[in-house]
Write a protein that binds this ligand. Structure first.
Ligand SMILES: [Zn+2]
Length: 238
């Protein structure tokens, strides 16, 4: 079992307002190579209750954690200090960078993945995100889903998560290009996906599934122009 970086304390000052319920997890360590957060990774817990998720995220045997957990009723817990490295991202990459745990703040949303996220929960997320973004100077482009950095391996926060709601408030960003591609090709698609941050070396179908989770979860069938346009900065380009 890896050693925890510093001993968990029963309470730490948190500048987040309103103050989260502090529920220390032993599952954390120091950020490596002097890295500070440049990303915020959103997850769903895939568990039946926030309490069950909280227990797992604080269980030394499970060796997983996140900085925050938001219950479906809007309860906000903090388990790891933002300065520390929580264990939520695992293997993957974003914009060619690995060790996402050292580069990010992890937020778990109490949701099985099969149902919509409650308005109370979204409202708390929308209060928390701008505070973290301001503390660490993280732009909207830095707010990503677990499936963005681990395509194929992870599918959270999933097709029920309302990314466009965050985009409208400047709490997440649309795609990466101003130009509308001339046609449908895997090369066009991969190039735009790479520019948007999806650099993981995965098959075309896996990449397409990840792009759809993020930008157009209603999309089905083979690669279409709409999938390519979804990577455009212009919102709702169809
Ligand atoms: Zn996750």
């Amino acid at each position: 079992m890896p050693a925890a970086g510093t001993r968990a304390r029963s309470a730490v000052p948190s500048t987040t307002k309103p103050a989260p319920i502090w529920h220390a997890s032993p599952n954390f360590g120091p950020r490596r190579d002097g890295l500070t957060p440049t990303l915020i990774v959103l997850h769903y817990t895939a568990m039946d209750s926030a309490q069950a998720a909280l227990e797992r995220l604080c269980d030394p045997q499970a060796e997983v954690s996140a900085h925050y957990l938001i219950g479906s009723d809007g309860t906000l817990w903090q388990m790891v200090r933002e300065e520390d490295r929580a264990w939520h991202a695992g293997a993957g990459e974003w914009h060619g960078q690995t060790d996402i745990n050292s580069r990010s703040i992890g937020i778990e949303l109490d949701n099985t993945g099969a149902h919509p996220f409650s308005d109370l929960q979204m409202a708390v997320l929308e209060t928390l995100l701008p505070q973290i973004m301001s503390r660490w100077a993280i732009p909207p482009e830095g707010v990503i889903g677990h499936s963005d950095m681990a395509p194929g391996r992870k599918s959270d926060p999933g097709a029920k998560f309302d990314w466009q709601r965050l985009e409208r408030q400047g709490l997440a960003a649309a795609g990466a290009t101003q130009t509308t591609p001339a046609g449908i090709s895997c090369e066009n698609f991969r190039e735009l996906a790479r520019a948007a941050g999806f650099t993981a070396d995965v098959p075309n179908e896996t990449l397409l599934a990840a792009i759809r989770l993020r930008y157009r979860p209603w999309g089905t069938g083979p690669l279409s122009l709409a999938d390519i346009k979804a990577l455009s900065l212009a919102p709702n380009a169809t």
